[in-house]
Design a protein around this ligand. Sequence first.
Ligand SMILES: [Zn+2]
Length: 313
Amino acid sequence: MFSMNYIVLDLEWNMGNRREELKVMPFEIVEIGAVKLDPERNETGRFSRLIRPRVYKRMHWANKSVFHLENSDFRDADDFEMVYSEFLAFCGDEPYIFCTWGDTDLTELQRNIFYFECLPISEGPLEYLDVQKLNGYNDGLPKNRISLEKAVEEHSIAENEGFHRAVNDAAYTAEILKQIDKKYEAYTSFNTYHVPADPDSEILRNYGNYVKYISRCFSGKAALLHNKKVKSLKCPVCGKNLNRTIPLFTTNTKHYYTMGECESHGSVKTKIRVKKEELQGLPYAVKTTRLITAAEEENLKQKYQKSISSKSE
Ligand SMILES: [Zn+2]
């Protein structure tokens, strides 16, 4: 699907004890590992660097048991700023897309970039491939998220290198990516550490069977929920405005749902997740709209009934 390079990324990080923990950077990156693939998925380079910890200086016990690194291993390591700039040079000037196992690495990377006052990797939401998610799609189990170890086993990839060293995990992730049908690469993900700055940079993406919308920040939740684009209900296939068969309701004040009926395409469900932007804490919306089956329709109706009965209690 892509005519760009893949940067398959993996990070190892350290943390502090509860007293030391910084909210802007709960995890300090101590290793960056990456594998570069060309558009035909041939490996063209590897990157592996340790980073000298400066915030959480002692290796946390949980890390020692996982990746077997001691403080003495970092004696010759460079600072984050240095390794990050070398990493960007490794990524290169040609267009590329990040690929990670799961959805946490790009958040932690951007938290470290912010903390150490480096140039942001992206101005807005960062589009990437979540290989863990795509592996589930490829297995025909779209909600299945398995561990990297298990996936390596399932794909019969030789386990020559230990897990939980960044470049090894990146290499395993790259091997799995190579075995995933290219058609699933259309199902990109967005990391929203940086939320769209204004209406023009909002994300609206049609994936064929569902539509994803990521809004800018609003001054408050009421403003967000009154916004026309946030609350609209359209068919993901033909784009027609739909009459609602269930009004907008919430089960927990974070997730909102509504349902409508398209004459040509059937029942449509919209889910709005109200999220908080990391630095200012302002709300923004991640909204998905898709066609649903009769069983899912019944499920949503029950959810709605429950939400009104709990309100009147
Ligand atoms: Zn329609």
